[in-house]
Ligand binder design. Sequence first.
Ligand code: AMP
Ligand code: GLY
Length: 430
Amino acid sequence: MRENVLLIGGGGREHAIARALEDSEADLYACAGNRNPGIAEIATDFETLETTNPKAVVDYAEDVGATIAVIGPESPLEAGVADELEAAGVYPFGPKEEDARIETDKAFQRRFMAENDIPGCPDFETFDDMDAACDYIDEYDGDLAIKPAGLTGGKGVKVIGDQVTAEEGKEYIRDSDYDQIVLEERLIGEEFTVQAFVANGEFRTAPAVQDHKRAYEGDEGPNTGGMGSYSDATTHLPFMSEEDYEEAVSIIEATVDALEDYRGILYGQFMLTETGPRVVEFNARFGDPEAMNTLPVLETDFLDVLTAARDGEAPPELEFASQATVCKYAVPEGYPTDPEAGAKVQVDEESAGDALLYYASVDERDDGIYTTTSRAFALVGVADSITEAEEIAEDALEVAGDEGLHVRHDIGKPDLVQRRIDHMTEIRGE
Ligand code: AMP
Ligand code: GLY
């Protein structure tokens, strides 16, 4: 039976999900706040709507006779879109509002880890009194990460000793009007992501990916939603061992066991420290950009994952091609603090050559595609090694030109990958 699959969200991640379903026995329908030209081309129909309005999403799902929905971003999850779809008889591949708190409420997330003895949790305290938080910073022996409890698009965290001093940290807390914050032990090491496909109490993991949060080359500048990412032809990354990956998977296992009815993607962000992987955060969805590393090498039909989940079965065993990937986002100049919209996108699927092109927050007009104030498009190389994949992505970026755009060209280059390896060697004292 052909399924009618509704895809919710209009970023690069959702374009990757659309591609993963393109050759499946499914008719794809899509809705997002922005009209993503890549998704619109694949989908049978595309509706522009407010995806945090559950009623609007459910109405559209019913109109198109959706049987399954895939929820890409976190904001519809937080708004209870999965709950409302399920109530309307559409199977949501994405957690209910309550379970999505693993991402949407960082205070809940840390308490959940502590209460369930999930390994890898840093020392933490939660505060709704900001003066008490500032006192804690004064008294704490060591550096702390300051995290607003709610969603901030990956841009709200400030790490003392890295981006800010203790004084600047306290000023940040006093000047913002967060209701609740988490202060936690600063973790030192290299970050990596492991995404798990979860349904009916079982899970399957994808190869590790490393994202690059900082806006500028050499890991300088403000935090962004993620400037680009790479994965290797193995499950792990050059700066880590297979055992490190397995340890991260065991943390995910403990988390899936503690979450009773979770379904969708569980994204673990880890810091590989001197003592092994620790949890930076969990997300309740694919990463963006990480989905663009993972889905192009997924050889199992993603629709089989969705139907198994819907039918009460464990997800199928997943096959991934033994290939490396490098993803680089082109973002508007000035992003994320002072982005300038309106640059014309010069690359299309054909001119991208061997690279895969994923559209994100762009605006399709009569005479072409233009950037908005958020990440515009990504180019992904897939090859036998990270170095070759990086060259494929760079060749396509050359076609795209750099007028009005900013790219972190260092992502996936041998120099930066080697720096990660050296950093880990130094931390582990090897
Ligand atoms: P999040 O929004 O939780 O992903 O945090 C954004 C970024 O802040 C992470 O990707 C890390 O680089 C950094 N970060 C968060 N928590 C910590 C921590 N406990 N120690 C060091 N860095 C952290
Ligand atoms: N790449 C980070 C995120 O999706 O949150």
